[in-house]
Write a protein that binds this ligand. Structure first.
Ligand SMILES: [Zn+2]
Length: 56
């Protein structure tokens, strides 16, 4: 299937929110089972923090 190909090429995943045993939340692809390693409020790994203009 085409979507499976998107997964295989790591182009697009069908993220579904899952819950860990300790109450955490993460996203997992329902098609290929890949975990979203981009984080979702965990330890900041230096992501692209594009907050609103609050500098001043
Ligand atoms: Zn996937």
């Amino acid at each position: 299937m085409l979507r499976a190909l998107l997964c295989k090429l790591n182009l697009r995943h069908d993220w579904h929110e899952e819950h860990t045993e300790d109450g955490g939340r993460y996203k997992r692809c329902t098609r290929c089972g890949r975990d979203d390693d981009r984080g979702g409020g965990g330890t900041g790994a230096g992501g692209a923090w594009a907050g609103p203009a609050g500098m001043g």
